[in-house]
Design a protein around this ligand. Structure first.
Ligand SMILES: [Zn+2]
Length: 209
C-alpha cells in the first residue's frame, strides 16, 4: 500500500500548495473548462502530457490509449474528438507518440499478446506500407524512431479524414492538427506534423509513391 498511500499524500500536498499560491485556483475552474488543446497520447507512464508542456488544469483535453491510435471505428476516441472539437472548440488537436514505445516494439516483434495484437494491427499496416524505408534504416533504434514518426503521421491522416474534422474545417479553420514524437531520454518534443488545417494540407501528408 506504500506507493498507493503516497499518491493520496501527494494529492493533499499539491492541493494545499496550489491554494497557497492562488486561493481561487480550484473554485474558478469548478464550473467551466476552456482548453485550447486536445492531445491524444500513448498510455505510457513515462509520457507526462500536461507536465511536459506546462499545461495547467483546464488547459488540455486528454485522451490516451496504447500507441496513440485513432481508429475510425473507435467510439471512445471519436467521442473525445467530437466533444473537443464541436463543444469545447479546441484550436489544436495533437497526436503525441514517443520514443521507445512498447506498442511499436511489440508490433516489430510480432509476438502474440491476445487482444493487444488486434489493437496493434493498424501499426503493423503502417509498417507494411513503409517496409522498404524501415528495412533501409541502419539499426533497430533508427527503425523504431522512424516508425514512431510514421505512426504519428498515419494517425494525423486518419484524424483528418473523419467527418468530425472535415465538418469543422468546412465551418471555419479549426482545429489545426499536429503530430509529435516525445523523446523520453531528453524530455523534448519533435514536431513531425505542424498546423494541418485543411483537406489540401492533409493530402500533402499522403505517402509519396
Ligand atoms: Zn507508447
Amino acid at each position: 500500500m506504500k506507493h498507493y498511500r503516497k499518491l493520496i499524500e501527494n494529492n493533499a500536498e499539491w492541493a494545499r500548495d496550489m491554494v497557497a499560491q492562488d486561493p481561487d485556483f480550484f473554485t474558478k475552474r469548478e464550473q467551466v473548462q476552456t482548453p485550447h488543446h486536445l492531445i491524444i497520447g500513448c498510455s505510457d507512464s513515462r509520457v507526462p502530457l500536461e507536465l511536459m508542456t506546462g499545461a495547467m488544469p483546464g488547459e488540455m483535453f486528454v485522451h490516451r490509449n496504447i500507441g496513440n491510435q485513432v481508429w475510425e471505428t473507435d467510439m471512445n476516441v471519436l467521442s473525445v474528438v467530437q466533444f473537443a472539437v464541436d463543444v469545447l472548440d479546441v484550436e489544436h488537436v495533437i497526436i503525441c507518440g514517443h520514443s521507445n514505445c512498447g506498442a511499436l516494439k511489440s508490433a516489430f516483434a510480432d509476438s502474440a499478446h491476445g487482444v493487444l495484437d488486434h489493437w496493434l494491427s493498424d501499426i503493423r499496416s503502417t509498417m507494411r506500407w513503409n517496409q522498404h524505408e524501415l528495412d533501409g534504416c541502419t539499426n533497430g533504434e533508427t527503425r523504431l524512431h522512424r516508425l514512431s514518426q510514421l505512426n504519428v503521421l498515419q494517425q494525423v491522416r486518419i484524424l483528418s479524414r473523419t467527418p468530425i474534422i472535415l465538418d469543422a474545417w468546412k465551418r471555419g479553420r479549426r482545429p489545426m492538427l499536429h503530430g509529435w514524437v516525445y523523446d523520453i531520454g531528453s524530455g523534448l518534443i519533435e514536431q513531425v506534423v505542424q498546423a494541418v488545417d485543411s483537406t489540401e494540407k492533409a493530402m500533402e501528408l499522403l505517402p509519396k509513391t
